[in-house]
Design a protein around this ligand. Sequence first.
Ligand SMILES: Cc1cc2nc3c(=O)[nH]c(=O)nc-3n(C[C@H](O)[C@H](O)[C@H](O)COP(=O)(O)OP(=O)(O)OC[C@H]3O[C@@H](n4cnc5c(N)ncnc54)[C@H](O)[C@@H]3O)c2cc1C
Ligand code: SF4
Length: 551
Amino acid sequence: MSTLRSRNESAWLLPAGPGSNLLLREDMRRFRHEEEVDIVIVGCGAGGATLLQRLSRAGWRAVALEAGPFWEPEQDWVSDEAGSHHLYWTEPRVITGKDPVPLGSNNSGRGVGGSMVHFAGYTPRFHPSDFRTWSEDGVGADWPLEYAELREFYEDIEGELPVAGEHWPWGDPHSYPHRPHPVSGNGELFLRGANACGITAKVGPVAIANGRFGNRPHCIYRGFCLQGCKVNAKASPLITHVPDALAHGAEIRADSMATRVGFDEHTGLATGVEYVRGGLRRFQRARMVAVAGYSIETPRLLLNSTSPRFPDGMCNDFDQVGRYLMVQGAPQTAGRFQAEVRMWKAPPPEVSTEEFYETDPGKPYKRGFSIQTVSPLPITWAEHVAAQGHWGPALRRHMSDYPHWACLGALCEFLPLAGNRVTLAEETDRNGIPVACFTYSQCDNDRRLMSAAQKVMEQILTAAGAEEVITINRYAHLVGGARMAAGERDGVVDRNLRSFAVPNLLVTDGSVLPTQGSANPALTIMALAARAARVLIRGARKGAPASEKED
Ligand SMILES: Cc1cc2nc3c(=O)[nH]c(=O)nc-3n(C[C@H](O)[C@H](O)[C@H](O)COP(=O)(O)OP(=O)(O)OC[C@H]3O[C@@H](n4cnc5c(N)ncnc54)[C@H](O)[C@@H]3O)c2cc1C
Ligand code: SF4
């Protein structure tokens, strides 16, 4: 525990009980625009906040620009689905392709803490095979990084969130710092059905404190994780990394929308970030820039950062920016049970299985899927039922029957395809900046995985005793768009998340993932950012100027 506190004291800097340490915010260091800080980070979510905390602790003068607000959970969040819409990034975007992906509540957040403020809380690791799908399975791409190089960062972040769960037998088998949570009716039915089908399922891994953690209290199982946990039991950078960053001299400038990365034609280096705050356009000078605005906004910012050197967008010499953007296929199957299940009475993330994660040579598809409990609250449940075609009296009947339903969700590993990408649309946003256009089409492998996952979920719920099962198809999690690669013709950043084209520019969010496995991505994004920070700090200690590469 002492090692943990010496690495990150956030949980002890929060007040005992709910709420935030407002004093830390009031006393936050404030830099002047004309002052050249060591690093300016765009976006204060999973990747951005982790980098900010690590670098501030190492003495870097760091500023994070965050488009959304600095949340105060006690005032800004409510335990109510309809009242939580403001947590999502709902700025205009254009979607197209054969299988367009709806954007908004199911894929991105805004505000300090990023999408993890309203993420479900599942924090599995990627499997070693995810880092070399091309070599092992002939699909996807190999990462320029091995799983073993990320292991210690996974362990560190699991300690800091902290993660609770049973010993994990899949991928690189490992244990978690907190013991597994007790499970609700939904979780019990998953365990029962899986057991009957001979499928191993385990409780966890979830970034929800099981017992007191620092000043953070135990989860009270009230089920509003996707609305922002008012209790502070569920992890998000707002409570897991931001307090420590502020205590170590970081500045977080909320309500600040970055519009362009500055570039010096003579030095070939990034010079800082232009942003809009309160209707005014400003520029923060910096020795180094990190972009961490999530998979759609990161490529959009780079594409909008044009200059004589980069007429098609920064770091886009080889037309890689915005490409290989991925979603996971996320079908959901609900089952109706005679007895009341009351799936809302617990955190939605409880139990999962990774039995189907790896390529099975006997199947007509490569890679695989995971299955997890999901517990839609009433509005999301209505969407689920309506997506099945039920409307009017049939919809009302399903709604009054809500307590009797259990629900599982799959995450299918959709493959990275060059044509699935972000470009700039003709439409502009309220700041006059072109909005992102996201083109997405599935391949045959993707469709086969969705249908295989559906069969297994229906089998599990039926084996648990469901009288009726209904499945809807949907997507979850956006990653890729500025991927890491071994060379500049195949990606945007190197293994240390530093861009190939501009030596003092990094990308430190989910955009850098070359593949996505069938694991939820937040833990991996944080681990990658923590690793990138370590490389930067070591390089700086060696006296290397910010623009030099080091490993
Ligand atoms: C409903 C939902 C449930 C999820 N559940 C899970 C889960 O259970 N487990 C899991 O691992 N993952 C889950 N995720 C996904 C996970 O939250 C994201 O993958 C992760 O947070 C992405 O991290 P990031 O650093 O790439 O971006 P984010 O955490 O989204 O941070 C990006 C930040 O950048 C800001 N920003 C963007 N553009 C700009 C700009 N131009 N200027 C300034 N700021 C900008 C945004 O406001 C945002 O705060 C879920 C996501 C959603 C939406
Ligand atoms: S169920 Fe637990 S983690 Fe989720 S919102 Fe409630 S207290 Fe927070």
